[in-house]
Design a protein around this ligand. Sequence first.
Ligand code: ARG
Length: 581
Amino acid sequence: MSDPRHALRARFDEAIVAAFGTDHAGTDPLLRRSQQDRFGDYQANVAMSLSKRLGSNPRDVAAAIVENLDVDDVCEAVEVAGPGFVNLTLRADYLGTELGATAADDRLGVLWAEAPETVVVDYSAPNVAKEMHVGHLRSTIIGDALVRILEMLGHRVIRQNHLGDWGTPFGMLIEHLVDLGEEEGAHELSVGDLDGFYRQAQAKFNADPAFAERARRRVVALQGGDQQTLELWRLLVRESTRYFAVVYERLGVTLTERDLCPESFYNPMLDDVAMELESKGLAWVDDGALCAFPPGFAGRDGDPLPLIVRKGDGGYGYAATDLAAVRHRTGKLGATRLVYVVGSPQSQHLAMVFATAGQAGWLQHARAEHVAFGSVLGPDGKMFKTRSGETVKLGALLDEAVERAASVVAAKSPDLDDASRADVARAVGIGAVKYADLANDRVKDYVFDWDRMLAMDGNTAPYLQYAHARVRSIFRRSGEDAPEPDGAPVTIGERAERALALDLLSFDEVVQSTAELSAPHRLCNYLFGLASTFTTFYERCPVLRADTAEQRRSRLVLCDMTARVLRSGLGQLGIQTPDRL
Ligand code: ARG
């Protein structure tokens, strides 16, 4: 079942062992889809790399592999080409059988992970009493796509929303809350003017020495566990998280209250972490502060760069919390993979945390990855801001997305009733924002452009959602249900049918590599390619007016499977697929 490359890999392995001995068992044949028809369906590039190891000519290596390759049941042609590529053309009956079997599979050929892991995904992580900015939006969207994909593969995923709820700014924030009167202050937060609240507190802190002094004393009270202070702090946290929950809900992400594991959660562990690092000789007091010096990090002057575990005043900061989080996630939660969906500016911080945690032995049975991403830019190529230069509020941004999508949908489908039009506008608007974020290689910056993300053609959510709805409409028009997925072989004749079948059977491979590389844009590109291949197929191959009943059934299976793969793929990206658009 599923991707023919699974079968081909096994056959290549046998051939390579037969030709070059068991030392070379398990060599990846490096199978790729061929870019042009004349190179067959797949190309194996293994002869190039293997010839280097063997110290021989790649064409000879390719010939020796082909000599031993037993694929008569899978391929109709095998050819050595160019410097040593092996070009493979599948037999149409093999392809049809695999496609029929995969169509009958609920998972559309996507295999379960062979060794399911416990994966912690750290994402979203906004800060209390601060507006969630577009960076948090990226983290939320990318992180949510990754958790969905990992879960689809059978991994146990633990979402961790590492909320910024601790630190010295809480002194001034609490005092500002006291000045406003608890009720009013809380109200201001709950309507979502978090940045306004923060700015006012900051302004008072800078301008009024008495206020600044109160703020400093408040920090001490907070750290000392003063009851009244903690209550005020909790109020700030509660109102902010309520606001974040609204954004999550509107975005349709899977994060809930239960996934909150804020910075303050680690407070009781920080003394232990510091002691353990000190006793292992990994941290020592330098200039009053307890610092770790993971190897490989130097400042501009060439001196080793410190990771500050405990400040001179005895307080713990961001790094200590992150060290405790690694220890907790691998030690207590049992994670073997830690995924941090955090902006690129924090690369060095995370690299130092991972290095120190590694030295301490907390990553002995786990690996930690920084899934970094670039900035969101405005049309002017600078950081994305509102016209008046303020940070963009996510609530307003999502409203605008849905509003704009509503006009797009109204123009495209004037006959939808009002209620479904509102639903579709939500799916399209939110989908467009998410897809624009996911479709680019995440490490790059991207330009936030309403017209482009809502375009009905191009690599956009509306285009893919429309492609999906169009296939569904074929079944609506024909008045019949999709063919019963009974696993019967499909007839593959035309080139356009073959191309579509090959694309459909690649779904597993794409999902696997997307999960492995934490690279949602791979899945996006695949879905976009699939929709284009489908368009060509639909232009060239009559479906409802096919020549024979068997051809009609086969083409309907191809249509149905295209819709299902689009739906599943977009679903893994957190994007809805309405049946009508
Ligand atoms: N709250 C941080 C920020 O807004 C992001 C936290 C990322 N996660 C972490 N474990 N450090 O920049």
